[in-house]
Design a protein around this ligand. Structure first.
Ligand SMILES: [Ca+2]
Length: 210
């Protein structure tokens, strides 16, 4: 896993993604407008390849509605969690005081799920042992990519850092907001539940509630 900070900027990624989509739509006789790409009225019927335009539109609009609903729900969960716990010391297991793990465990519990399992007692284990610790039943795993522009966590995901963090135990927190370069989380240890912003150094990935 590459634990170095991402080097590509948001602008680079946006340009790259826009260019790719623009090519598809323009090839189908569509029109790019500022703030997004929208097919020009009548473009499909005037195009030599209307089926390509229809296919593109269907492909891009079928799942996003469902995706938007999930994102909203997940963001709501993150906001509710922050409203309830920011400034508090959370100690779910009664061991070692308010650890980083206690916060994400409480987050799972608040959402009707079992406390996130580590498999080995380390925060990093939440992610490293995903295939065996039981988290797969309730959470979807996303590996942090330094090249895939879609590799950005959403509000409400549980972020997990590698063992370069936390004195070899890793680190974990609840995502409040994220873009390609930075992620803002609610975390604890050190300190009570608090909001911090980081780049992606050492981030192995994140888990999304299924
Ligand atoms: Ca604890």
């Amino acid at each position: 896993m590459n634990s170095t900070a991402r080097t590509k900027t948001t602008q680079t990624i946006t340009t790259s993604k826009t260019t790719a989509k623009a090519w598809t739509l323009l090839a189908a006789g569509a029109l790019a407008v500022s703030g997004g790409l929208v097919a020009a009225p009548g473009a499909a019927s005037a195009s030599a390849t209307p089926h390509q335009a229809e296919h593109s539109a269907a492909t891009e609009s079928a799942d996003p509605a469902e995706e938007v609903a999930q994102v909203a729900s997940s963001a709501d969960a993150a906001q509710a969690f922050r409203d309830k716990w920011e400034g508090s010391y959370i100690d779910v297991d009664g061991y070692y005081g308010a650890q980083c793990w206690d916060l994400v465990a409480q987050y799972a519990i608040d959402n009707g799920l079992p406390a996130l399992a580590t498999g080995d007692g380390a925060a990093a284990g939440i992610f490293e042992n995903y295939d065996t610790n039981g988290n797969a039943q309730y959470w979807e795993k996303h590996v942090n990519s330094t090249t895939d522009p879609d590799s950005v966590p959403k509000a409400g995901d549980v972020l997990v850092w590698d063992r370069s963090w936390g004195g070899g135990y890793g680190h974990t927190a609840v995502v409040l907001e994220a873009d390609w370069n930075n992620v803002t989380v609610l975390e604890q240890n050190p300190g009570a539940a608090n909001v911090s912003t980081y780049d992606y150094s050492g981030v192995m990935g994140w888990l999304s509630m299924k």
